[in-house]
Design a protein around this ligand. Structure first.
Ligand code: IPM
Ligand code: MG
Length: 372
């Protein structure tokens, strides 16, 4: 058997647990079926880590994440931790993982499965066949910029400050990731910023053009620029005009939620966060569903595990060069949907409603069929 693949699994809070439990079953299946030795370790992140350790991410867990071949995360947060101090809130653990692993490129595909065309809030003809890749910068911008904080002014008012800041190389490296992905797709990249208002947006546009104009391997990319507000409008007006979108951390957060909902449900969409390749080897990577912890439905076997399972498929493809296995997992999901199985979030008349575990059962049964 080849070397073990070391996976750190961090289910986190809310529906993270239930969704990742189904992924564990798929990991076992792929391992057994294809003779791959997945060495899986679990740890805590987010609110559950605050409860256990008083911090949303322990140094020990951070070290494990840095050492793993890839990290698979569920979701963090929930109302239970609304009142913990800002610097230890559940989200801080997730942001620390992104920052210390230097996962600067966040890939968020928004694809519409044929079986779910009617679940979208847009007309079927606008979303059928939709396949957009949003590349979001993930370790810079206003999420991490200094100065930041809340201070008291001499007149007694309070002032909240965050700083949007980008450097040449921070922009160029994420733009290259977007261009590389576009080369495997339709070759079109739309870069989004607010160059009409923000200097950091002007720099974003200039550096994006610089990569396009100066790096020969990207000459054939069809690059266009769009103000981020217009991009939001175009996404809900005519989403199929986009192939790859590249944008900063905050605009990417917002635009990817909008794009995700076009596909029918946030419960369907995976994401990959990648760093730079280490010594020509595999890049550091973390995979997570785009949806959050959904505390309102947690623990009731209602969550849709598909986004988490698809996140594992992205890990197979992007971290482990197991494209064939990734295809199998994705195909199994497509077939399960085509056969009419639906969790509550994507339920439609005439379909068969399943719970979280039932959806896991259906995907495994389909994998068995595909492997037979
Ligand atoms: C996301 C989430 C996170 C973000 C939160 C949970 C910190 O919204 O991954 O899109 O804002 O990046
Ligand atoms: Mg978000």
């Amino acid at each position: 058997m080849a070397d073990a693949i070391n996976l750190l699994v961090l289910p986190g809070d809310g529906i993270g647990d239930e969704a990742i439990a189904q992924v564990r079953r798929i990991i076992d299946w792929v391992g057994n079926q294809r003779g791959i030795n997945f060495n899986v370790e679990e740890d805590l992140v987010g609110g559950c880590a605050i409860d256990a350790h008083g911090t949303s991410l322990t140094d020990d867990c951070m070290d494990k994440a840095l050492a793993a071949d890839a990290v698979l995360l569920g979701a963090v947060g929930g109302p239970k931790w609304d009142n913990v101090p800002f610097d230890i809130r559940p989200e801080a653990g997730l942001l620390r993982l992104r920052k210390e692993m230097e996962l600067f490129a966040n890939l968020r595909p928004a694809m519409c499965f044929d079986a779910l065309v009617d679940a979208s809030s847009l007309k079927p003809e606008l979303v059928s066949g939709l396949d957009i890749m949003i590349v979001r910068e993930l370790t810079g911008g206003v999420y991490f910029g200094e100065p930041r904080g809340i201070t008291e002014l001499p007149d007694g008012q309070r002032q909240g400050v965050n700083t949007q800041v980008y450097t040449t190389e921070e922009i160029r490296r994420v733009v290259r990731v977007a261009f590389d992905i576009a080369k495997q797709r339709d070759g079109k990249v739309t870069s989004c910023e607010k160059a009409n208002v923000m200097e950091s947006g002007i720099l974003w546009r200039e550096e994006t053009n610089w990569v396009h104009d100066n790096e020969a391997e990207y000459a054939e990319i069809e690059l266009s620029h769009m103000y981020a507000d217009n991009a939001a409008m175009q996404l809900v007006r005519m989403p199929k005009q986009f192939d790859v979108m590249v944008t900063d951390n905050l605009f990417g957060d917002i635009l990817s939620d909008a794009a995700a909902m076009l596909t029918g449900s946030l419960g369907m969409l995976p994401s990959a966060s990648l760093g730079a390749a280490v010594d020509g080897g595999r890049p550091k990577a973390m995979y997570e569903p785009v949806h959050g912890s959904a505390p309102d439905i947690a623990g009731q076997d209602l969550a849709n595990p598909i986004a988490s399972v698809l996140s594992f498929a992205m890990a197979l493809r992007y971290s482990f060069d197991l494209g064939e296995e990734a295809d199998m997992v994705e195909k199994a999901i497509e077939n399960v949907l085509a056969a009419g199985y639906r969790t509550g979030d994507i339920m439609q008349p005439g379909m068969t409603q399943t719970g979280t575990t039932g959806m896991g059962d259906a995907i495994l049964a389909e994998l068995d069929k595909l492997a037979a």
